[in-house]
Write a protein that binds this ligand. Structure first.
Ligand SMILES: Nc1ncnc2c1ncn2[C@@H]1O[C@H](COP(=O)(O)OP(=O)(O)O)[C@@H](O)[C@H]1O
Ligand SMILES: [Mg+2]
Length: 251
């Protein structure tokens, strides 16, 4: 099970979903690898001290002498490992231009360690470029976080088009695992409206579990902890645990 968390819009809850879904898998005793593919390295910083990261996924992409075993680090949580990102990833596209296998790099490199993990979660950057395409090619499943906001569905056409292109050749078995609504505010009529709109477009693909707005979810990365350790009784902890259960039911 390799799950990409992707949406080319920034700030929709990709990283928050990736770090806490990965933590939920780990809590359920699944050996879990969280791969950070965003040059901003927010997932990495949620579990590691970035100043100690010497080699990252960037090297795995560009240096044949460096593989995942050389960059993967244990987090402070049992069963959870992190393949860190660095800002260098931002120059990957330029670096790989012209390489025939540029879309398959991640899949190829990941193959060597896949058997070591029960679950792999990939946090994608806010773009539909080479990094996200590599993630989709390497994945069995895709989860799309959609922020409960007025412009919620804007841009999803482009994302779906990219998924279809990846399915057409590179990864025909890629499945849309589901759409998760994030930063929802149950109290507002607008949020209910948006929910209805998302349901209309994605139907059964929408997870029943909705992630509500929670300050705790914003705070936990600063303490290098998942929501389950930082605020186990918070709504965020309950919701991300439920989301993980739904994921397990669907895969
Ligand atoms: N459910 C939530 N409630 C409150 N804040 C959230 C929630 N989910 C994410 N955030 C905050 O919103 C911002 C963007 O979320 P993030 O997960 O980084 O999105 P992305 O990775 O898509 O850019 C971050 O500051 C994050 O802490
Ligand atoms: Mg992010």
């Amino acid at each position: 099970m390799v799950i990409s968390i992707a949406n080319q819009k920034g700030g929709v809850g990709k990283t928050t979903t990736a770090i806490n879904l990965a933590a939920a898998f780990a809590l359920r005793k699944k050996k879990t690898l969280l791969i950070d593919l965003d040059p901003q390295a927010n997932s990495t910083m949620s579990y590691l001290d970035i100043s100690t990261v010497e080699r990252s996924v960037y090297e795995v992409f560009v240096d044949p002498a460096v593989g995942f075993p050389e960059v993967i680090r244990a987090s402070n949580q049992p069963n959870l490992w992190v393949a860190p990102s660095r800002i260098a990833l931002a120059k990957l596209e330029a670096r790989l231009v012209g390489e025939l296998d540029s879309h398959f790099k991640l899949k190829d490199r990941l193959a060597a360690v896949l058997a070591d993990y029960d679950a792999v979660v990939i946090d994608c950057p806010p773009a539909l470029g080479l990094l996200t395409v590599n993630a989709l090619v390497a994945s069995t499943h895709l989860m799309i976080p959609i922020q409960s906001s007025y412009f919620a569905l804007e841009g999803t056409d482009d994302l779906l088009e990219t998924i279809e292109k990846v399915r057409a050749r590179a990864n025909p078995t890629l499945q849309i695992l589901g759409v998760v609504i994030t930063m929802h505010d149950k109290r507002t009529a607008l949020a209910r409206d948006i929910r209805a709109q998302i349901d209309k477009v994605f139907g059964k693909k929408v997870f029943r579990t909705v992630i509500t707005k929670s300050v705790r979810l914003e705070e936990s990365p600063a303490y290098k902890e998942s929501i389950f350790k930082f605020a186990p009784d918070s709504s965020g902890a309950t919701e991300y645990y439920r989301l993980c259960e739904e994921v397990m039911d669907r895969v």
